[in-house]
Design a protein around this ligand. Sequence first.
Ligand SMILES: O=C(O)C(=O)[C@H](O)CO
Ligand SMILES: [Mg+2]
Length: 258
Amino acid sequence: MPRFAANLSMMFSEKPFLERFDAAAQAGFKAVEFLFPYEHPAAEIAARLKAAGLQQVLFNAPPGDWGAGERGTAALPDRKAEFREGFRKALDYAAALSCPRIHVMSGLKPAGMAHDTMTATLAENLAWAAEQAAPAGVKCVIEPINHRDIPGFFLNTTDQAAAIINAVGPEKVGMQFDLYHCQITEGDLVKRVEKHLPLIAHMQVADNPGRNEPGTGEVNWPFVFKKIDELGFRGWIGCEYRPAGETVAGLAWFAPYK
Ligand SMILES: O=C(O)C(=O)[C@H](O)CO
Ligand SMILES: [Mg+2]
């Protein structure tokens, strides 16, 4: 059966962040993910996880200046030192939260920057990060993101991500396969999951259009989830969606998977 993790950056936003852990557990989730933990001490988040009996399965490395529109630094040649400093901080949090996956965002493509330069920078940074992460049992993941949600993002397709992962080494870095982005950019969800399955270390889901919960848009999710399970994916699927209404009221889709 597919295993779903609540995304606490998007779900349960009716409550303050630290109260969302308990709310997720009460709704039947066994695991959570979120974008960024850095506003809260790691020990505070670890305590919330423990009290709620939850597992932390993913969060993001620092993305540069998010408020100013930055979306990662891993593919930016002039930001290597900052990327490394941020990744070390992420690793400290991962250790405190016993979290096995860190999402590393590549960033926006600067005007005039050569694509190959960015690919090489991303590969070099990922190889470095994997070396730091391996002793802690942590794997870095990269995620292709659609151009509508993040215009100008460097990493867009599952084939592009697969090429970088294969160049660095699939044992070192994995794919964060977000079904929502894939539906917008590429479609053909089941065939693409099948193609990249050996590289996929984490998945995420939202329906399209709207990025709301499964069942609110165009995708036949019971079919897709059944196929993902039959294909043998045993990792976590993060519910990275904005509930259309109140979070718990929109969880009918989740009932068969608790
Ligand atoms: O946007 C997404 O799909 C993500 O998973 C990132 O972590 C945040 O942009
Ligand atoms: Mg995602």
